[in-house]
Every structure is written in structure tokens, then in C-alpha cells.
Design a protein around this ligand. Structure first.
Ligand SMILES: [Fe+2]
Ligand SMILES: [Fe+2]
Length: 203
């Protein structure tokens, strides 16, 4: 009788173990996030090169800073995915480089999608599936993209008004969360993750 009870208990433990909730949506979202952020990083690096060629040095700096921030977001999402015991599939970033005005417009559209649609959904899924580390990583990206959108919008306005000299000349990027500042207006500690400003990457 004892043996039967013991076997029943072991079976129950094994069964419960197998049924541990699998954060299916968050895993897919992390993969989509890594792809999106990696592509954005490569795209903005190419846009920076183009802006530089067109003589828009300040806008080139903005694209370079955002490129750095997106690579930090991709790395953070990747760490969370690997923490769940999974690896990212191989992919090749695909994007088009046009004029700087068009590139800024494309950047505004990309950031708008992430801010209005993508990250709110990812955050809701991560919360529902209780993946706290994914929530943190998505939140850092979400909050940064809102700032990128604003920076790009102002850059496009300045470009259209031939007033590029009014734009920031240097940016600071938080190495932990990707938060992006006009380097003339940084906080003592990152507003998102509290990293000290002495650690910021100057672009
Ligand atoms: Fe961004
Ligand atoms: Fe930060």
C-alpha cells in the first residue's frame, strides 16, 4: 500500500512539473523583440552614415546614439530568452536607406509602432505570463523608444527648417537600459534603471 502511495506521489510531482506554465507568448515576443531591435540598430547605423555623407552631423549623432540604444535592448531581450533556456534563430536584418529626411520619417514610423502597439502588447503578455525579467527589459525599451520618437520628430522639423544647428551635438546612452539623453541634459542617475551618469556611453 505504501509503495502504491509513493508511486502515486512521484507521478503527481512529475505531472505537475510537466505542467509548469510555459510563457509561449513572451517567448515569441522576445524573439520578435530581438529581431526588431537588432534590425533597428543596423538600420540606424546605416542612417547615421547617410546623414554624415549628406553633411547632417547632428542627425548622424542621433542615429548613432539610437543605434547603440537598440543594440542594448536586443542584448537585454536575448539575456531574458537565454534565461528561459532558449536561443534566438539566425536572421538577416533587412531595411532600406533613402535620404535623411525619408530615413527620419521611417524611424518615426518604426518607433511609433513600437510605442503604440508592439511594446504595450509585449508588456501585457509578460505580465499575464508572469515573466518579470521580460517585463523589465520590455519596459526599458518601451520608455526609450518614446524618447527616440521625440528626438526623431524634432530632428525632422529642424531638417525641414534648415535649423540642424539647434539639435543636440552629443548624446549619452545608458549602457544598462539604453535610455538616451541629450548629453547637455543628463540626469545624475538614469531615470529608468538608476545607473550613474559616469557609466553613460557618450556618442
Ligand atoms: Fe528606438
Ligand atoms: Fe538606464
Amino acid at each position: 500500500m505504501k509503495n502504491i502511495l509513493f508511486i502515486a506521489l512521484i507521478s503527481l510531482i512529475a505531472f505537475t512539473g510537466c505542467n509548469k506554465p510555459n510563457p509561449v507568448k513572451t517567448i515569441e515576443n522576445l524573439k520578435a523583440g530581438i529581431k526588431g531591435e537588432t534590425t533597428a540598430s543596423a538600420k540606424y547605423a546605416a542612417f547615421a552614415q547617410k546623414a554624415s555623407e549628406e553633411g547632417n552631423a547632428n542627425i548622424a549623432k542621433l542615429f548613432a546614439a539610437a543605434s547603440k540604444a537598440e543594440s542594448i535592448h536586443a542584448a537585454n531581450h536575448k539575456k531574458v530568452l537565454e534565461g528561459l533556456g532558449l536561443k534566438m534563430d539566425d536572421f538577416t536584418p533587412e531595411f532600406e536607406v533613402k535620404t535623411t529626411a525619408e530615413n527620419l520619417q521611417a524611424a518615426i514610423e518604426g518607433e511609433s509602432y513600437e510605442v503604440a502597439t508592439m511594446y504595450p502588447q509585449f508588456l501585457a503578455d509578460a505580465k499575464a505570463e508572469k515573466v518579470g525579467k521580460a517585463e523589465t527589459s520590455f519596459n526599458w525599451a518601451f520608455d526609450t523608444e518614446k524618447k527616440h520618437k521625440e528626438f526623431y520628430f524634432k530632428a525632422l522639423q529642424a531638417l525641414n527648417a534648415s535649423a540642424q544647428n539647434t539639435l543636440p551635438v552629443e548624446y549619452a546612452v545608458c549602457p544598462v537600459c539604453g535610455n538616451t539623453y541629450d548629453n547637455a541634459m543628463v540626469d545624475e542617475k538614469c531615470a529608468f534603471c538608476k545607473t550613474g551618469k559616469e557609466k553613460f556611453i557618450i556618442v
